[in-house]
Every structure is written in C-alpha cells, then in structure tokens.
Design a protein around this ligand. Structure first.
Ligand code: PLP
Length: 426
C-alpha cells in the first residue's frame, strides 16, 4: 500500500495530521496510528547486516533502507517525528534531541571548533545564554553578544575571520523582539561570498516562541532552525524534546553528535509529540493566539499596567516586522501566544501581583515553560533567565519587573477575570 508524499501540494494543516502517511522507517500499514516501540536494541539477522548498520549510520545511504541498531543511534518512531518536523519547518531534514537545550548544544557543537566564534543576539533564553557564555569558553569557543538587528555591528562581526555562527531567536524570549531575518541572511550571504565553502558562516535560529505555525525561518534563507518541542509543539506539558531542522549536508553530523553526547529523545515522548502534539498544534496555537490578543488588549487598557508587549498590538515597537514575518502557513497574521507586561510600581508591587495570581488564580498558574494548554505566568528576570548575571540583564533588555504570560486554552473571560481580580488587590 502506498500513499502520496506529504510534501506535495498539501496544506500544512493536513500534513501535520498525516505526515508522510506511511513511513519508510516502520512497517505498520495495518495501523492507523504508528505503534509505540519499547525496545532499546534491535534484532540483526546477520553479522553482515550488523556491520552494514554501523558503517552506514549517519551516512547518506541509510535514508531509504534504515538498519535499526540501538535507540541512541536511531529509532523508527523518532525518525517519523523527524520527517514530520522537516515538512512543517520546510527543512531538508530534522534531528530530534531529549530537550531544546540538547538540540541547541548539538547544533553549536556541530558548527564550531576551538578558536572559532559565535555571534549571538544579546537577549536569549537563560540556558542558551549560559551555554554560550559559560560553557563555550571552556572549549575555546569565543562569543560576542550583540543586537542582531543592528546591521552595522553585525556586519563588523561578520568580518571577523573567527565568526562561524550567528545565533538568535526569531521572537526573543522573554521580550518578544522580532529578528529581521531577511536582512540578517542577506548580510551573512554577502560575508560568505568572501569565504571558502568550509569556512562559511551559518545562521541558527531558535523558533520556539513562534513555532512553524507562525514563522518558518527556512523560507527566509536561515540554515538551521531549533525547536524546543517541550513547548507549543508538544503542547500538553507532558513531554520534553528538541529538534534541529537542518540542511541535508549536516544531518549525519547532527546524528553523530546525538549518538556521542547522548541527548536522545525517549521514543515514548517522540510518539506522544508525533501523535498528539503535532497533529493538534495548529488548532491549539490559533485558539491560544486569539485569546492572547484579547488578554493583551485588556492589559493595555488597564490603569495599573505600565506597558504591554505583544506582537499583535499596534504598539509593539516592531509592529511592521511582526506583520512581515509572523504569518501562518495559510497566510494569516500570527502574532503568537506569548505576552510580556509591566505592572506600574516597583519590584515589590510586581511580586505582590505575581504572588496574588499564584495563590488565588484558577486559570493562571505560576510556572515556567510555555505554549501549553494551561496559561502560565512567570517573572523571567528571577526565573527562566536567572542564569544571566544581574549586571548583564540591562544589556539583555530584561526588566526585572517584566512578567511573562503564556496563554493556554482556557476561556478568555476566566483568564482576564483572574488578572483583573489580582490587579484589584494590589
Ligand atoms: C526559546 C527557548 N529555547 C529553548 C528552550 C530550551 O528548551 P528545553 O526546556 O526543552 O530544553 C527554551 C525553554 O524554555 C526556550 O524558551
């Protein structure tokens, strides 16, 4: 039984449900849903086949006729998830990891060596900041933190012969800045014209906040896309995972990095993300996004709120860029599900508000992570971004009083009701 490839002319909404329909990875033509595997190792019929599996692992020849050996090398359900992610992020291929951080560290490790340099945007998820500023220097990899939308500074950095990677988030966590992908790609391409092929600079973009339902960086010429699958793509707060969507030439190296560093996704998590997460992402994202706009509008009008940042508001400082880049695969404006805001007053008042929400709210929970069916609130300066030293948070433009909201699937009236009640009490 054969089914047409998902890459042909189908809507991403349909592709997200059916994927490649029948995988080359797994014999399950009598199942509607792929079976969940539970074997860490695989039966090999002969020594010849075993040896062939090892010698072809991560090479181009193993794509069509995979030989499964051991879960840390490759596994069929995971491979199906990877095929799906590559379709949705418009990449040649995808390699999954045990977490978003597993994906980010593998991508960077694959691209840089000691003596080379990573140029990164100065506002980054806290653990990515820590990876670049604490761990890479131990391996002799330099870094420079800049505003990637400051093209003069970026151009200068690209002239440095050590620069090998430009790293940033398409929509930054937590301040929701939009990176000007087209311009950045143009500058990197110009710099690469003067470099040899094996010395070229690569762009790596964390697309977790946007998700493929809001932005596909590969369509703008970005080389590598990162997703923390733990967030909106998984969506229910039950699985951890990460992915690097990459050009075909890097698929093998990323797989070897995963094999040797060991950050594999558990097949159980891969199955859940494949079966429940990906197929419902569009509808969850759209509903959460519609609610996010209403919540942002409510906050913007509230007398106790100092400011609100949401890419869907006209007041967003990069509203034009938001409308250019944050577009669903069906061509509608897709400003996302994340909001950042400041309550009027000092840190004490901010804390009083957040504690009040934590203790009294029904629909909103004080917790890290994002993109889930439940609405979450947190204070990045003290929680998710606390790895950034206090002295550097100003440079990263992270106001310690900034509050981050990740909108879930609750009724919008209940979310607004909880915020309103807590605002009344401060
Ligand atoms: C933008 C962004 N990238 C990467 C990560 C890391 O993902 P994970 O927690 O799956 O390792 C996070 C986690 O919050 C994130 O917000």
């Amino acid at each position: 039984m054969t089914k047409k490839s998902a890459r042909k002319k189908l809507s991403p909404r349909t592709q997200a449900i059916h994927g490649e329909a029948l995988s080359k990875s797994w014999e399950f033509s009598h199942h509607l849903i792929p079976p969940m595997t539970a074997s860490t190792t695989f039966r090999l019929g002969s020594l010849t086949r075993g040896a062939e599996g090892f010698s072809t692992f991560a090479g181009p020849q193993d794509q069509d006729k995979p030989i499964w050996i051991y879960d840390r090398l490759e596994e069929p359900t995971t491979k199906m998830l990877e095929d799906q992610l590559a379709i949705l992020e418009k990449g040649d291929c995808a390699v999954t990891f045990g977490s978003g951080m597993g994906a980010i560290s593998a991508a960077i490790m694959t691209l840089v060596k000691s003596g080379q340099r990573v140029v990164a945007h100065k506002t980054l998820y806290g653990c990515t900041y820590s990876l670049i500023t604490n761990w890479l220097p131990r391996l002799g990899v330099e870094h420079s933190l800049i505003d990637v939308n400051d093209f003069k500074v970026l151009e200068q950095e690209l002239k440095n012969p050590k620069t090998r990677v430009v790293y940033f988030e398409s929509v930054s966590n937590p301040i929701l800045e939009i990176a000007d992908l087209e311009k950045i790609v143009e500058l990197v391409k110009t710099a690469n014209k003067k470099r040899k092929a094996d010395d070229r600079i690569y762009t790596v973009v964390d697309n977790t906040f946007a998700t493929p339902w809001s932005l596909r960086p590969r369509e703008w010429g970005i080389d590598f896309v990162i997703q923390s699958l733990t967030k909106n793509i998984s969506g229910f707060g039950t699985e951890m995972g990460g992915a690097v969507i990459s050009p075909k030439a890097f698929d093998g190296q990323l797989r070897v990095a995963r094999k040797d560093f060991g950050a594999i996704i558990h097949p159980y998590s891969a199955w859940h993300i494949l079966v429940y997460g990906i197929s419902t992402q569009a509808i969850r994202f759209e509903q959460q996004q519609a609610t996010a706009l209403k919540v942002a509008q409510f906050l913007e009008k509230h007398p106790k709120i100092e400011s609100v940042t949401y890419p869907g508001l006209k007041s967003h400082p990069q509203s034009k860029l938001a409308r250019k880049y944050l577009v669903s695969p069906e061509n509608t404006f897709a400003p996302g599900t994340m909001i950042s805001f400041l309550v009027k007053g000092d840190m004490k008042r901010c804390q009083k508000f957040v504690d009040d929400v934590a203790q009294n709210s029904y629909a909103i929970t004080l917790a890290v992570s994002l993109g889930l069916t439940k609405t979450l609130i947190e204070v990045p300066g003290f929680m998710t971004h606390s790895a950034i030293p206090e002295s550097k948070r100003g440079e990263s433009k992270i106001d310690p009083r900034a509050i981050r909201l990740s909108i879930g699937l609750e009724n919008v009236k209940d979310i607004i009701g909880d915020l309103e009640d807590s605002l009344k009490r401060i």
